[in-house]
Design a protein. Structure first.
Length: 73
């Protein structure tokens, strides 16, 4: 999910159907266990900060309220 992954920071992005790219990404991660662990931790922090239930609910609320006339008065 490109929306949730910052390539090289919180995970690795691979084009859909790119089996060789997927294999290369897996090799890179397996060759660097510390980097893999750091990337996983960064991914968890990003998901907790940007995709929590509260964050998503607030975003939906703001989007719906923005459609109502005079909502920001």
């Amino acid at each position: 999910m490109a929306e949730a992954v910052a390539d090289g920071e919180t995970g690795l992005l691979v084009e859909p159907g790119d089996a060789e790219g997927l294999a290369e990404g897996a090799r890179r991660l397996l060759a660097d266990p510390q980097g893999m662990k750091a990337m996983g931790a960064a991914g968890r922090r990003r998901v907790e900060a940007e995709f929590s239930v509260r964050t998503m609910a607030d975003a939906y609320e703001s989007a719906y309220l923005s459609l109502l006339p005079g909502w920001d008065e």
